[in-house]
Ligand binder design. Structure first.
Ligand code: GLN
Length: 618
């Protein structure tokens, strides 16, 4: 780590300030622990993405002691399930010392897994895997949480095993209440061993970061504990992790944490970071004096209190507009355009972003629900959605059902199926599911919505392949480019045209080719396409019979700027560049009209693009 880093500097200042604190006493009731050096002091912060900031005696080894309880509790939950564990051990803070004999009257259930009674009962619930004994499972899991192979301080283990009469008494009491079955000694041995596992301060911070990271070690990427035991572990750490100091700790520090009489404290800020602190000088409750002070200062200085009122969560809605402002790339005949313009607000588009959960999706649901009578279709775009939790999935399903009941559609675009919304629709009534439509691109979702809108508000829908019928003049009359033509001008125009046929899928124009003429689309559909930098093609427009293309390059000369592909079988009439030049000489009136109509078409395009930019940047 660079030494001129402000975060490192802050930690060093904090370390120097608290190193002067000499209150507290090294634990001595376990004889071996009294050998600890009271001067030792380390602070380590590890982020969920694996950055480690360490100062002081961050690599001095000490025993985990009670810190192991939180992690072994997670293993018991994994092995037995929450129900079985809850039969044996409660989750209520006792408000008593760590070694109190705090058993629930009647049942004999230890109040919680963080006091010794609960931790001894917890150790008995850890299962070995295959032939491997429970101890191996505990040591391997603790090692995986730290990200390196840990071992046991045999001297401390022996010291506690031979002097731990109070814990042994607790073990027998648990046996008396049938919380432990059979001889209590194996459970006690497991417990003494887990307490004697040697770690350093950096290990603690990385263990904490693993919990903060939902059970996945930030460096190894290994899933060490299953995601669903992390919440219960952090909950008991919050309420019971600092024994009879837990209430004040929550008030002052506000981080799920666990301390040990070896002098360590492990603290977790879920989703963000882990802290490990080590200083063997303990207060009367068995918590490290400097450790508590260091965590308090870090929480205050770095703003880590887990209940610090968060800023309202980032909005889940990035942009909202309607079809009146942003259309698909399909160009439509004037009559259809007019319908879409008039009815466009009945299709509302919501571009979502970030993590979808109740609080980010709720405003979107509210907007859709409120638009009750004014909306036919809601398009939800998922391009920028990173994650959707179960609550968001259920909310979306509820929204589909609501839309179905109101004869509305919900179109979801650019959803990474399989991962993002896996399972969506499974709970849906099949009739309601008809209201749910997936489209791979936003543009296609908009086009789908346009088609629906036209179906709802005009019938039949124009477009599609129409048979080539009547003579060319007849077919060209509906062309906006030919608007206002004098009767006498049709013949000279039509005589210069060449009719062409293209198979479905073939290229009508190729990007880069010399511009050689203007094309009137007589039947069928074409799409104008450009290559995307990341591969694939982007649709700029889809045109149908009655429209024209290629006119710009004709005026400007030069090369084609995009591909034009036949989406269906296509009939065109082509006005070549040479014929165009001839007409300019022989039919100036006709030419003026053509150019005037081209300018009008360009004007329409500009208006459309301006509205699109405005909608997207709002
Ligand atoms: N092994 C110690 C004991 O049982 C653990 C206590 C602690 O760290 N608070 O007494």
């Amino acid at each position: 780590m660079p030494v001129d880093c402000p975060i490192f500097d802050n930690l060093q200042r904090l370390h120097a300030r608290l190193a002067a604190v000499t209150q507290g006493r090294v634990a001595s009731y376990i004889p071996e622990l009294s050998k600890a050096d009271p001067a030792h002091f380390g602070i380590v912060v590890a982020t969920v993405d694996g950055q480690v900031y360490e100062v002081g005696d961050s690599r001095v080894l000490f025993t985990m002691q009670s810190i192991s309880k939180a992690l072994v509790y997670g293993m018991a939950l994994e092995d037995q399930g929450a129900g079985r564990v809850a039969q044996a051990i409660g989750v209520e803070p006792s408000g008593d010392a760590f070694n109190s004999i705090s058993l629930e009257p009647g049942t004999g259930r230890p109040r919680n897994p963080m006091i010794n009674a609960g931790a001894i009962a917890t150790a008995a619930l850890v299962r070995g895997q295959g032939d491997a004994p429970a101890w191996q499972r505990i040591l391997e899991t603790l090692s995986a949480c730290a990200g390196r192979a840990l071992d046991v301080d045999e001297a401390v283990f022996e010291s506690e095993r031979s002097t731990g009469h109070r814990n042994r008494a607790i073990g027998h009491l648990l046996r008396n209440y049938d919380i432990l079955q059979g001889d209590p000694e194996p459970a006690l041995a497991l417990y003494f061993r887990q307490c004697s596992v040697r770690v350093d301060c950096r290990d603690l911070a990385l263990m904490a970061a693993t919990l903060a990271n939902g059970g996945v070690h930030p460096h190894s990427g290994q899933r060490v504990l299953s995601a669903d035991v992390i919440g219960p572990m952090l909950s008991v750490m919050t309420t019971c992790g600092m024994y009879d100091f837990s209430g004040e700790w929550a008030w002052r520090v506000g981080l799920p944490a666990k301390s040990g009489v070896g002098g360590g404290i492990l603290a977790v800020l879920p989703g963000q970071l882990g802290i490990g602190v080590f200083s063997p000088l303990l207060d009367e409750r068995g918590n490290s004096v400097r450790g508590v002070r260091a965590c308090e200062a870090l929480s205050r200085d770095l703003g880590l209190h887990f209940l610090k009122p968060p800023r309202p969560v980032a909005a889940g809605l990035r942009a909202r507009y309607s079809l009146a402002e942003l259309r698909s790339k399909r160009r439509r005949a004037a009559a259809d355009e007019a319908v879409l313009q008039a009815q466009g607000s009945r299709v509302q588009v919501f571009e979502l972003q970030g993590d979808l959960r109740f609080s980010t999706l709720e405003p979107v649901v509210r907007a859709v629900v409120h638009a009750r009578h004014d909306m036919d279709i809601a398009v939800l775009d998922f391009e920028r959605v990173q994650h959707a939790d179960d609550a968001a999935l259920r909310l979306l399903e509820g929204l589909v059902a609501t839309c179905a009941a109101r004869d509305q559609h919900l179109v979801l675009t650019r959803v990474r199926r399989g991962d993002l919304l896996a399972g969506l629709g499974q709970e849906l009534d099949p009739r309601a599911a008809l209201a749910l439509v997936f489209q791979p691109q936003l543009d296609l979702g908009l086009e789908w919505a346009e088609r629906q809108l036209l179906l709802r508000h005009v019938r039949p829908v124009s477009g599609g392949v129409t048979a080539v019928q009547g003579d060319l003049v007849q077919q060209l009359r509906s062309q906006p480019l030919c608007a206002g033509m004098r009767e006498a001008e049709w013949r000279p125009l039509v005589d210069t045209l060449q009719t062409l046929h293209f198979e479905q899928g073939s290229l009508v124009l190729r990007r880069g080719d010399q511009a050689d003429g203007l094309y009137f689309l007589l039947a069928g559909e074409v799409s104008v396409l450009v290559d995307r930098p990341q591969g694939g093609q982007q649709r700029l427009a889809t045109l149908s019979a009655g429209m024209s293309f290629g006119e710009l390059a004709l005026v400007q000369g030069g090369r084609r700027s995009a591909d034009v592909r036949a989406d269906t079988a296509v009939h065109c009439a082509r006005l070549s560049a040479d014929a165009f030049a001839d007409l300019a000489r022989t039919q100036p009136g006709l030419m003026v009209r053509l150019l005037h109509n081209m300018v009008c078409a360009l004007g329409d395009t500009t208006v459309r693009l301006t509205a699109e930019v405005a909608a997207l940047s709002s």
